[in-house]
Design a protein around this ligand. Structure first.
Ligand code: ATP
Length: 465
């Protein structure tokens, strides 16, 4: 039985260490010394990520009948990024420490000392703040002349796709967000599917940003997965629709992912980009502060009007009303969430330490639907063929109904329980000598460590319950 009140305090180091040791997330290209800002998901991280993605997908697709998922290309026409504004202004303020060639994001340095400076400010404004607070910033040296002036650094990652001669005026970029794939396909979906405004399009896929300083584990990386949803609505209704999505998205994190309200907050943007009508972030309280998990943006008709202007194709919607046809460019309400940040948040919150038999034990208190492995099956003793054979039978039968069942006969039973706890497996099923007599197995509960005898033919119902 668990004896101590479970503690949930986790840190980046604890989670990164557990993630690597237990097959969730490894540093990218580690064999070759690593590639900054990239991570590889291992077998369990992949499953956890897929489960979170599926929960996110279900919260749109299964709850609304006017939304569709698409899978647009990562590489898009260079003009897309000119129209969207990314070529002109997708930048972060950078300074360089000349002797060490280290680069820093000035807005992040200032944020650490509670001075607000964001990417929407002009360079000279940020320069002024940098000079004013220089002494207090966490930098490698306090000699001002060792640093460059602040400059804007564009975060687009370039490719040479299709540019065989190397002479193209604009390169093909790796998309910095998935949303543009949804905007440029708005008309295609409207023309080819039985939809009317309001309707939504969503997509889950990779995005790439040349982050100046990737950091905080998978929180800020150069390659990451976004889950983005765009809802196209009549301008008159946009405010109401926006309020509605804000409520739904917050409830998703508490009700579906199981994050307590106290560890979440809604934060309004103080400094809006010129076209935005309103913008809020859903933030989670990490040990390193409140951080954005999902952005909720009321973008007006900026995206469609920009693509209409740059492509020359009319994107207006024609609504038939009693008074005749009404033409308008729909407003966009965007819900944009980072899958890797969701994975990190879920692990960070699930990490729990209690005490079993006077020893600390670690478990991930993951909801069943997110747990990468639902059941772990093992024979009490590995070297007893009759136990191993019976255990295989139980394992094979469970796998017909539950896709994520793990076989584990490594080490002794105590070690197997610890391993299962650390990866958040809700149930461990053990086959012992009594099983051979009465067809019952031991089922151990991850959170309470309680063990029950359950008949094999009632096992599936027991687990699912
Ligand atoms: P931040 O201010 O933290 O850089 P952002 O406002 O630039 O984030 P958006 O452009 O709104 O982020 O992207 C939507 C979502 O994509 C974010 O809420 C976040 O979850 C995720 N995301 C953005 N940049 C990264 C990154 N470098 N690494 C991992 N996830 C990211």
């Amino acid at each position: 039985m668990s004896e101590k009140i479970p503690q949930h305090e986790s840190t980046i180091e604890i989670i990164a260490n557990l993630a690597k040791r237990r097959g969730f997330i490894y540093p990218g290209s580690e064999l070759y010394g690593g590639l900054a800002g990239t991570y590889d998901y291992g077998p369990l991280g992949f499953l956890l990520k897929k489960n979170i993605e599926e929960a996110w997908r279900a919260s749109f697709a299964r709850k609304h009948d006017n939304v569709w998922e698409i899978d647009p290309a990562i590489m898009m026409h260079p003009d897309v990024w000119i129209a969207s504004g990314h070529v002109g202004s997708f930048s972060d303020p950078l300074i360089e420490h000349k002797p060490s060639n280290q680069r820093f994001r000035v807005d992040h340095l200032l944020e650490e000392i509670d001075v607000m400076a964001d990417e929407k400010m002009a360079v000279d404004e940020i320069q002024k703040l940098f000079d004013e607070h220089f002494e207090k910033l966490s930098l490698p040296s306090n000699k001002r002349d060792e640093y460059t002036d602040v400059r804007q650094f564009n975060m687009l990652v370039e490719s040479n796709m299709g540019d065989l001669a190397g002479t193209a005026e604009h390169p093909v970029y790796l998309r910095p967000e998935t949303a543009q794939g949804e905007y440029v396909n708005y008309k295609n979906v409207l023309d080819s599917m039985p939809v009317k405004v309001p309707f939504g399009i969503f997509h889950v896929g990779k995005a790439f940003r040349n982050e100046i300083k990737p950091r905080q584990f998978v929180f800020r990386t150069r390659e990451f997965t976004q889950m983005e949803f765009q809802y196209f609505t009549k301008p008159d209704n946009a405010e109401h629709v926006y309020e509605d999505w804000k409520k739904k998205r917050f409830a998703y994190y508490t009700d579906v992912l199981g994050i307590p309200k106290e560890k979440l907050r809604m934060k309004q943007h103080e400094n809006l980009v010129f076209y935005a009508k309103d913008a809020w972030d859903i933030e989670y309280k990490f040990d390193f502060g409140w951080k954005e998990i999902e952005g909720l943006h009321w973008r007006g008709d900026y995206d469609l009007s920009q693509h209409q202007k740059h492509s020359g194709v009319k994107l207006e919607y024609i609504e038939q009303t009693k008074e005749g046809n009404e033409r308008y460019l729909p407003h966009v309400i965007e819900c944009s969430s980072g899958l890797d940040r969701n994975v990190f948040m879920v692990l960070h919150h699930a990490y729990t330490v209690d005490q079993v038999n006077d020893e600390d034990r670690v478990y991930l208190n993951l909801p069943y639907h997110l747990a990468p492995i639902k059941v772990c099956v093992s024979p009490l003793l590995k070297n007893k063929p009759e136990l191993a054979e019976k255990a295989r039978e139980v394992y094979t039968a469970l796998r017909k109904d539950i896709s994520q069942v793990m076989w584990d006969d490594n080490g002794n039973i105590g070690k197997r329980y610890r391993r299962a706890d650390e990866i958040g497996t809700p149930h461990c099923v053990v086959i012992d000598f009594d099983t051979l007599e009465d067809d019952t197995v031991t089922v151990r509960d991850r959170n309470t460590t309680e063990q029950k005898r359950v008949k094999i033919d009632e096992l599936l119902t027991f687990i699912k319950k």
